[in-house]
Design a protein around this ligand. Sequence first.
Ligand code: BES
Ligand code: MN
Ligand code: ZN
Length: 485
Amino acid sequence: MKVSASDRPWDRLACDVLAIPVRSGKPLEGLQPLDDALGGWLRDAVALDHFEGKRDTVLQVLTHGRLPTARVLLVGTGAAEDLAEASRRAAAAAARQAQALRAKRLGIWPGAFPPTPEVAAALVEGALLGAYRYTRYKPDPTPSLESVEVVGVRGAAAAVRRARVLAEATYFARDLVNGPPNEVTPASLARIARQLGRQEGLRVQVFGPPQLRRMGAGAILAVGAGSRQPPQMIVLDYRPPRARKTYVVVGKGVTFDAGGLNIKSHEGMETMKADMAGAAAVLACLRALPALGIPHRVVGVVGAVENLLGEAAFKPGDVVRALDRQTIEITNTDAEGRVVLADCLAYARRYRPDAVVDLATLTGAAIVALGYHAAAILGNDRDLVRSLVEAGQRAGERLWELPLYEEFVEAMRGEVAQWKNSGGRYGGAQKGAAFLRAFVGPHPWAHLDIAGVAFLDKQEGQAPHLPKGATGFGVRTLLRWLAEG
Ligand code: BES
Ligand code: MN
Ligand code: ZN
């Protein structure tokens, strides 16, 4: 899709739909000249349809040749307190509506919103995020949008280009997470990483079972033992000249989580192809770094593995040794993500990083706590957690901190090994994070439990830029955090 921004006046754009964000209670604010051009039709339609500008509602008016656009679409934004998020939502709603109308060319004019580069970028980001569809195995019968042009703005070219990079990275993550688990395997993630390395100039290393054995990465090997697909630890290294800081981003890449011998119920297993959403976010992030010119060294570490029930599968009672020589007693094979991440987090220490951030669909408990509307964040460093929460705010991705009390660490101490991988039902997200903390080095670290937000069973009740299925959660937060940190 072509995206652009220009200072072209709103009455000069030939398109199929011209969308305009409007605030609740003021659906005609700043639109008098437009209403005049339409001979009062806009005001009539607002009155007739009782259009108030409530969030995510739309009003369509045909122009019958009075303007070069075929239709005007007012998009409600509610109070629009967060201008960027209101712009993303409005543009996403407009893009979805335009696609439903089989429109090809979408124009967006900020209307009463300030015509700044930030607003233009948020409009482009939202339109792209809202227009996303996963069509690899079933083409969508309604045609896709061909172009989005934001009009009436100046000096927005660079901001719009960045927004496009963020949206494309999010598409990349969504495609991987929506991909079926017979296609998206540990080996295919490794292949994709190598390809990214060639395309983007990243150094990529892939450790399969022989290397993992040599390294002493017994934890990821144990989780992978029940599958014919060999586990892979994938490392991508983006190292710009004169890099300022070194950050490591770690992703849980369980390409299918059947639960292992502690097998999941059929409902529990239904969406478990999405258990590699953390890994997808990490790959998508690394892919976008060169285009954004991020001034830091960023290392992506992905633990890619399938959690199945083959005859060699790890068992409750097994004791495994992680990369840092610490021992783990397996008390539940369905708490596999933390076991995989133990090796990845221990590996991350080698870079002496300024900070490590991991993303993982780690616990059902994070969904119990926060529903489908925020990721849990926990960590060992106030400033790091705060900077990530703020980056999430700018991205429109909610991160809500849960406490990492010492009691949760105590709950994860093992009987026969140093640690156990499950520690009772209550406070599950905190206990999962407490286990991870044991494998983290002396550096600042934060853990994002994205179990509730990475994959949506239904679109209802969600923002228009979050489709059913994979959301790509985390990609835009990570990139904003790296760009501004
Ligand atoms: N992948 C799941 C967590 C999950 C659940 C993600 C639902 C997305 C939606 C994880 O591997 C898991 O099974 N966690 C267990 C941990 C428990 C056994 C300590 C859980 O949350 O039940
Ligand atoms: Mn599991
Ligand atoms: Zn899992």
